[in-house]
Design a protein around this ligand. Structure first.
Ligand code: ATP
Length: 253
């Protein structure tokens, strides 16, 4: 068991230029807010074998694997079948979920179809994670060895809703001992990233226990300093030193 989480973004539309995959950014930001790190975001098509191979490899590496997409009513929505097949579990139709969907559909003046009911197919042993903004619920499968698989809808609003309502609170409880890292940001303007690096090397700016990240965007470079909370004093000291070294190139917004 480790503190690593991975996202597997499923959907051929994410690979053929139709749809921009935004869930890595969403999940990565949310996880770092609670001190966890998204170690990979793998984007794959709606292909049973590829889903199973990717999930199997992710489970070998990471404690938490979150799959998104492929929970809809169409025949190319095969995420449930792929996960159930790999984990050797059955799938059943959850009548409570069908009832909820029927109520939701009725409110919209729509009758739930047989195809729509596919969204109420649940993997044996999975916890059902309510979807407040759409039809297909999320599913959480706890595996032997402390590994957990989450399956969430790909529609961003639905993914975010279930992530906030169910996934993040569960992860916070599970990884109670993790304290989120702290970071500071310094921005420059009018100096190349490579010249900043040379300047910092020449001045032997190599603060201990602090990670530096460089994020150039046009003529502005953002330098992010990150550390564990116990090194807050060193972090603030490093920020002060960095600001004095960069002097006239500092960019305050
Ligand atoms: P539902 O059960 O609500 O139909 P789903 O899990 O089946 O959702 P998909 O059918 O895979 O989700 O995708 C539905 C829509 O959500 C797609 O048309 C796509 O525009 C969007 N979507 C899916 N995955 C992503 C993603 N990773 N980033 C951004 N948009 C996405």
């Amino acid at each position: 068991m480790n503190n690593q989480a991975e996202l597997i973004s499923i959907g051929s539309e994410l690979l053929n230029g139709r749809t921009l995959n935004t869930l890595g950014k969403t999940l990565g930001g949310a996880l770092s807010g609670i001190g966890l790190e998204l170690s990979r975001d793998t984007t794959i098509p709606d292909d049973l074998e590829i889903i199973q191979d990717t999930l199997e490899a992710a489970l070998e590496r990471s404690s938490v694997v979150i799959l998104s997409g492929g929970l809809g009513p169409t025949i190319d929505d095969i995420t449930r079948e792929a996960v159930a097949g790999l984990l050797a579990k059955n799938i059943y139709l959850d009548h409570e979920t069908v009832k909820k969907m029927a109520r939701h559909d009725a409110e919209q003046g729509h009758i739930t179809t047989e195809a729509g009911k596919r969204q109420a197919l649940i993997i044996e042993g999975a916890q059902i994670l309510p979807n407040a903004v759409g039809a297909a619920p999320g599913q959480q499968i706890d595996l032997p060895g402390g590994k957990t698989v989450f399956i969430l809808p790909g529609v961003p609003a639905e993914f975010i809703s279930i992530m906030e309502e169910s996934v993040l609170p569960w992860l916070q409880g599970r990884f109670l001992e993790i304290i989120p890292k702290i970071s500071r940001s310094v921005k420059t303007r009018g100096i190349y990233e490579s010249d900043i690096v040379t300047l910092l090397e020449n001045m032997e700016f190599e603060p201990w226990n602090i990670k530096l990240g460089f994020y150039p965007n046009k003529d502005v470079v953002e330098i992010q300093l990150t550390s564990e909370q116990e090194f807050e004093h060193e972090l603030l000291e490093a920020e002060r030193t960095l600001r004095s070294l960069l002097g006239r190139f500092l960019h305050e917004e």
